[in-house]
Design a protein around this ligand. Sequence first.
Ligand code: HEC
Length: 120
Amino acid sequence: MKSFLYLGGFVCKAVLASALVLAVHPATAQNVNEDAAETLAKAGGCFKCHSVEKAKKAPSYKKIAQKYKAKPDAEAALIKHLSGSKSVTVEGGGDEQHEPPPAKDAADLKNLVQWILSRG
Ligand code: HEC
């Protein structure tokens, strides 16, 4: 009986600990490599126009993530968006080229897209 109680306490702590980890790092649940994503976004100059939380010349990644939340093809759509150069209208007016980030390979680009989608 005593050992059963101990086990119960252990399971409880384990559940609490993982809930805490998930609360602090929602993205780790989806195996996003945050460092790789941020490094790639920096290398691609993405933060010149985007920030995670605030609108700059472009919508925040949080807003983009929220916009795509309910869309099942979100990942494919954003991979497509980031696979080529296209003209976008920035906040305040004017058109600028949206250049693809210098991803090492498809997995690197996919990781960045998953990172953006998990900001919401
Ligand atoms: C010159 C400014 C600028 C830079 C640099 C830039 N973006 Fe954007 N981005 C925009 C604007 C403006 C929009 C919104 C207009 C649109 O979607 O047509 C946008 C939209 C997006 C979207 C949402 C597309 C959609 O379908 O809603 C994603 C994702 C994105 N950018 C990612 C990135 C990443 C990653 C980088 C770095 C490689 C980057 N952007 C660099 C201006 C920029």
